[in-house]
Design a protein. Sequence first.
Length: 87
Amino acid sequence: MGESGKKVAAVHTIPPEKADDELARAYRRVAGKRPPAHIYRSHSLNPGAMVAHGQLYKAVMFADSPLSRTQRELVATVVSFDNECHY
């Protein structure tokens, strides 16, 4: 249980500062020079999945779509709120 008394997921992750070459490349690919978001860190045991997740995110949020970027952000916000996720 988390501090709020709600169930939380616990996933073993490898922090960027302890990443081997393959994982370090994956972190750089999804996050650039910023620290990688926790959602990407959750894939640290599978760098290929991390990169695929990053590609999916970019396609959903930035590729041509009948939805505007603002509409996409609004959908993501509502879904995150409904899932009680701070993202």
